[in-house]
Design a protein around this ligand. Structure first.
Ligand SMILES: Cc1cc2nc3c(=O)[nH]c(=O)nc-3n(C[C@H](O)[C@H](O)[C@H](O)COP(=O)(O)OP(=O)(O)OC[C@H]3O[C@@H](n4cnc5c(N)ncnc54)[C@H](O)[C@@H]3O)c2cc1C
Length: 320
């Protein structure tokens, strides 16, 4: 006898703040959501120690603990949280159609609605010293972690708009910001470049790369290398921010969902609707502007409400 394929009302792909918030709302609306956690259960916040800016934690909280609490809250209302990757999808283009997904290249699951919360992965340089000190002074989020380096000397790597914006953000808080740009020019817009060059405590270094991040348990310094002259220089810093871009986790949706030229999912107007009826996107996967846990959670809530309303509309049409 052929195995029956599981059919559910709401499939949530991804277990970051967006996915768990969608799960809380969807479960409370009786959509009986099933979540697949992906390769990083709990999402990006599990890679950071201190989350100080999520509302409701007056003393701050460490990222992994916060994500366990979100999971417990989602499970309290009946969300099924499953370890597994969605490895491919086949979305129906019909209103009320059934969407198909494959888990770990083997199990099939069918869903009336899908909420995509697969996030965006921050790019790192890949140096062993950088990887070792992630969470110990190396961060990919200046807005999240800059505050911890108030009044201190830090460095930032990158030459695009995000790097320029984060450098000026850090310059407001920190004593000095050394900015390492690999090329002999910045990719950032002229306006952003002017902001950087007009900020006194940003020391802009062109043709400069990270040779090694120094420090045992925490960042204590940086050895930089001029890629034209080969000259090396060591500076004392306590924080290193990597701002060389993010990669949205959208490869499996290519050809089915509308994306911008960098692979972020496009949602319609103020909603979380994608171009496919019944498929919604929330969190960093559809937001390259804000990329914060609280904004991800906000759009997770929106996605669950959009999914609930979509199902209600279909049920009304069927019974009318
Ligand atoms: C070092 C660092 C520190 C940060 N600190 C803060 C902070 O202090 N405050 C703050 O507000 N924000 C902070 N952020 C940003 C914050 O982590 C993100 O904005 C937030 O996690 C985005 O949530 P999300 O749910 O959209 O995606 P993510 O947290 O990125 O989660 C994505 C989820 O999707 C899953 N996934 C991906 N592909 C698949 C697949 N094919 N199948 C199944 N699952 C899949 C992953 O396993 C993961 O669980 C920080 C980010 C970093 C990198």
């Amino acid at each position: 006898m052929a195995d029956t394929i599981e059919r559910i009302k709401c499939l949530i792909i991804g277990s970051g703040p967006a996915g768990y918030t969608a799960a809380i709302y969807a479960a409370r609306a009786d959509l009986k959501p099933v979540m697949y956690t992906g390769m990083e259960p709990g999402g990006q916040l599990t890679t950071t120690t201190e989350v100080d800016n999520f509302p409701g934690y007056p003393e701050g909280i460490d990222g992994p603990t916060m994500m366990v609490q979100l999971q417990q809250q989602a499970e309290r209302f009946g969300t099924q949280v499953r370890i597994g990757m969605i490895t491919s999808v086949k979305f129906s283009t019909e209103v009320g159609g059934i969407h198909k997904a494959t888990v770990d290249n083997k199990t099939q699951i069918e869903a009336e609605t899908v909420i995509i919360s697969t996030g965006a992965t921050a790019k790192y340089l890949g140096l062993p010293s950088e990887q070792r000190l992630r969470g110990g002074g190396v961060s990919a989020c200046a807005v999240c972690d800059g505050f911890f380096y108030k009044g201190q000397d830090v460095a930032i790597v990158g030459g695009g708009d995000t790097a320029a914006e984060e450098a000026t953000y850090l310059a407001n808080i920190c004593n000095k910001v050394t900015m390492l740009v690999r090329k002999d020019h910045m990719k950032a817009s002229k306006a952003m470049q002017h902001r950087v060059t007009g900020t006194k405590n940003i020391d802009l270094r062109y043709n400069t790369e990270v040779d090694e991040v120094l420090g045992d348990m925490v960042v204590e310094g940086l050895r930089m290398k001029n890629n034209e002259t080969g000259e090396k220089e060591t500076i004392e810093i306590t924080g290193l921010f990597i701002a060389i871009g993010h990669k949205p986790n959208t490869d499996i949706f290519k050809g089915q969902l509308d994306m911008d030229d960098t692979g972020y999912l496009i949602t319609k107007g103020k909603s979380t609707k994608t171009n496919i009826p019944g498929v919604f996107a929330s969190g960093d996967v559809q937001d390259k502007e804000y990329r914060q846990a609280v904004t991800a959670a906000g759009t997770g809530c929106m996605a669950a409400l959009d999914a609930e309303r979509y199902l209600a509309t279909i049920e009304t049409e069927v019974t009318a």
